[in-house]
Design a protein around this ligand. Structure first.
Ligand code: B1M
Length: 213
């Protein structure tokens, strides 16, 4: 792997956000593609952070600094990942479920969907079932996408699907779920239409869901 990506991973780990931002720009100048920098630099760096967080070698303030550094790199890549001249492919309401503040994966999914030509209504993090329902109704969304990173918060996906049912909207909107603890079995169990394991798959899945409407 190139030295710049190795250094980017180290800077991300250390939370050096301006260095990560600069390295992302430099890697682009060197001719690397946005997906290569994303996967082999930023996501690979965050995987190491996740491993050491789990092992108790890193603590929340340090992980927050790494997340800030990841955001700095993602912002540089955003226009490239979101590059597309295509007409709107459909409207997607997206958010991280109630009680959950993890937004890096959700943001990445949003950027990739935007790049594929979807109109994105991003509700942010800690989104309650009621907020999802209101946004789906107001925007007449084709798909609602929910992200969860915690085993405790993924249950809110089920509550949201129930709230959509109660509001009479379930047969009008497709439901896509994702996030590290989510599986296709879980998606099926809670009555979601699809599970997408990563941001690339989310694009294909969203296309498939819109075609089914
Ligand atoms: Co937290 N955290 N965290 N954390 N954190 C995890 C998730 C954890 C696995 C770490 C660990 O123990 N190894 C663990 C969860 C354990 C569990 O429930 N099984 C954990 C924990 C426990 C916690 C706290 C409870 C810690 C505490 O307070 N004691 C706390 C909870 C706060 C809350 O949300 N209420 C907490 C807090 C935090 C920070 C705030 C410090 C920070 C978040 C900052 C931010 O997001 N702005 C943070 C971080 C950064 C992580 C790790 C290290 C990295 C997550 C990440 O951004 N990954 C994470 C460990 C890990 O996952 N390796 C961890 C990179 C991102 C690109 O991947 O989000 O998986 P990911 O997204 C992927 C796919 O999952 C998928 O596509 C994305 C791109 O390919 N995807 C979708 C995601 N959403 C999708 C939606 C779709 C489709 C695909 O359709 C709609």
């Amino acid at each position: 792997m190139s030295d710049i990506l190795v250094q980017m991973q180290k800077d991300l780990y250390a939370g050096n956000f301006s260095e990560v931002e600069t390295a992302t720009k430099t890697a682009l100048d060197l001719g690397m593609s946005a997906p290569e920098i994303l996967n082999d630099g930023l996501i690979a760096g965050m995987d190491i952070v996740g491993r050491d967080f789990r092992a108790g070698d890193l603590f929340i303030p340090e992980v927050l600094m790494s997340a800030k550094a990841m955001h700095a790199g993602l912002e540089v890549l955003r226009p490239l990942l979101a590059e597309s001249g295509a007409a709107s492919q459909g409207k997607i309401v997206i958010g991280t479920v109630a009680g959950d503040l993890h937004d890096i994966g959700k943001n990445l999914v949003g950027m990739m969907l935007e790049g594929a030509g979807f109109e994105i209504i991003d509700l942010g993090t800690n989104v309650t079932p009621e907020q999802f329902v209101q946004a789906v109704s107001e925007n007449v969304a084709d798909v609602v996408g929910m992200s969860a990173l915690l085993t405790t918060t993924m249950l809110s996906m089920k509550s949201t699907i129930e709230a959509l049912q109660d509001a009479g909207l379930r047969d009008k909107v497709k439901v896509m779920v994702g996030g590290a603890p989510v599986t296709s079995k879980f998606a099926e169990d809670i009555g979601a239409d699809r599970y997408a394991p990563d941001a690339g798959a989310a694009v294909d899945t969203a296309r498939e869901l819109v075609a089914l409407k």
